[in-house]
Design a protein around this ligand. Structure first.
Ligand code: FAD
Length: 425
């Protein structure tokens, strides 16, 4: 019998628990340790922030499903991983021993790296957690009653750009529907070297497509941007040229702002030599396995991957759902191999698929593989993406509530291609 412990029950951790159950031997114990008792579907957070969804629509308690599958559930945060001792210390003092550990803790949001950034003590909103999105929604309701300038984007070191584009378009759609768009100057501020870079070196002609969308929706933009500091109602931004030299300083007034922060690894693993890199992301080999602590694996945003290319202002590489799904499958199979006395052989597929909803339409980005040159480098926009995103949300939540593990992204790719063909007819 082996005890397999998973830390985190988000988009990576919960499917990991289900898939591990499928692949473990009947006698193996599986335990999930989670800071949040409730699972929430992160990709729908932008909709919560404009009240197109409520928090209740996108979260649920996984305890009953986990119990049915005979998976232990401890809804208490991990305080520290002790890899030398094969144990995890929890914030309530419990100590959980493991034979295999899977870290699926997502990111720590590094708001502290920019003065005045973020919803806790700062002046900008966040959509990274459903709690932030619910708080942002209250601020949005006050804003639409008394509108003014909006600034949306992603700061230096950010790696998650798709949701920033998505959110700027969602706000724009919401303002048009309320017939107050004419009262709201909008600016997109990003550390990317150009619009549509996405931390991926662009996908197809994402630059041309996103610039055209911003132009047609009257959204101005600043690229190669470093946010120096945020004060109440003013964002101080330093624009750089392509050599990374300072070009211009902007003082952007705003009445509402949402900026995605840079990510770091969580405190429970940060600084552990051999386990994590200097930013606290878990080091893994091609099989999701830590090279130093060979019984530790990692999946999701918490893993260390290098940037796709150097940019004048630092940008990271996004870790999106398709990639996470394949990391989960590879990890479950590799741990089973070890249980059977074999060597791990499964690798994740480093592909990026992103559906960005714009409220009334959307954009789909497919980069296979993630690092250029690519076999598939495809971007498309239209109402079909909005419909595909709605279907994705419903299907993913259904799958999580039922404890099923079938891969969803291959299906999305097939359906997206089908929907796109239908659209073209
Ligand atoms: P998370 O889903 O954040 O889960 C991490 C879990 O670990 C959380 O439940 C957290 O509570 C728990 N945890 C953290 N610390 C501890 C601790 N110390 N102890 C115990 N538990 C802990 N990708 C797409 O492919 N499509 C999209 O449409 C998309 N939209 C996105 C929208 C937004 C706003 C954001 C921020 C990202 C989006 N992504 C999208 C990217 C990515 O898919 C998500 O970030 C995804 O949630 C990452 O999954 P994860 O499991 O790594 O992290």
């Amino acid at each position: 019998m082996a005890h397999i412990v998973i830390i985190g029950a988000g988009l990576g951790g919960l499917p990991m628990a289900y898939e591990m159950r499928d692949h473990a031997r009947p006698e193996d114990r599986i335990t999930v340790i989670a800071k949040d008792r409730l699972f929430h579907f992160v990709p729908s957070n932008p909709w919560v922030a404009v009240h197109w969804r409520t928090r209740k629509d996108i979260e649920f308690d996984p305890a009953a499903t986990l119990a049915r599958l005979d998976i232990g559930f401890i809804p208490v945060a991990a305080a520290r991983v002790l890899p030398e001792a094969n144990a995890v210390e929890l914030v309530d003092g419990q100590r959980i021993d493991y034979d295999y550990l899977i870290v699926a803790t997502g990111p720590r949001l590094a708001f502290d790296e920019v003065p005045g950034l973020g919803p806790q003590g700062g002046h900008t909103q966040s959509i990274c957690h459903v709690e932030h999105a619910a708080a942002a929604e209250r601020v949005w309701q006050a804003f639409v009653a008394d509108p003014g300038p909006v600034v949306v984007g992603a700061v230096q070191g950010a790696s998650c750009f798709g949701p920033a584009y998505e959110f700027s378009m969602i706000l724009e759609t919401d303002l048009r529907r309320r017939k107050i768009r004419d009262q709201v100057p909008m600016t997109f501020v990003t550390s990317e070297p150009y619009i549509g870079h996405l931390g991926l070196g662009g996908v197809g002609d994402s630059k041309g497509m996103m610039e055209s969308m911003f132009r047609s929706r009257h959204i101005k933009w600043i690229c190669n941007a470093k946010v120096d500091k945020v004060e109440a109602g003013v964002m101080h931004v330093i624009e750089h040229d392509e050599d990374g030299k300072e070009k211009r300083r902007h003082e952007l007034p705003f009445k509402y702002s949402m900026m995605l922060p840079a990510f770091k690894g969580v405190e429970a693993v940060s600084g552990i030599e051999g386990l994590v890199n200097p930013r606290g992301f878990v080091l893994i080999d091609a099989h999701q396995r830590n090279p130093t602590f060979r019984n530790v694996f990692a999946v999701g945003v918490c893993v260390a991957i290098p940037p796709v290319e150097a940019t004048p202002i630092p940008t990271g590489t996004p870790k999106t759902g398709y990639m996470i799904e394949s990391m989960v499958s590879a990890t479950a199979r590799n741990i089973r191999a070890l249980l059977d006395g074999k060597e791990p052989s499964e690798k994740a597929t480093w592909n990026a698929v992103c559906l960005a909803d714009f409220g009334d339409s959307g954009a789909a980005f497919v980069a296979l593989p993630q690092i250029p040159p690519r076999n598939v480098n495809w971007v498309s926009e239209g109402k079909w993406v909005h419909l595909a995103k709605l279907a994705f949300e419903k299907y993913f939540l259904h799958k999580m509530k039922n404890g099923t593990t079938e891969p969803i992204y291959e299906k999305i790719l097939l359906n997206a291609a089908g929907l796109n063909k239908l659209r073209q007819k």
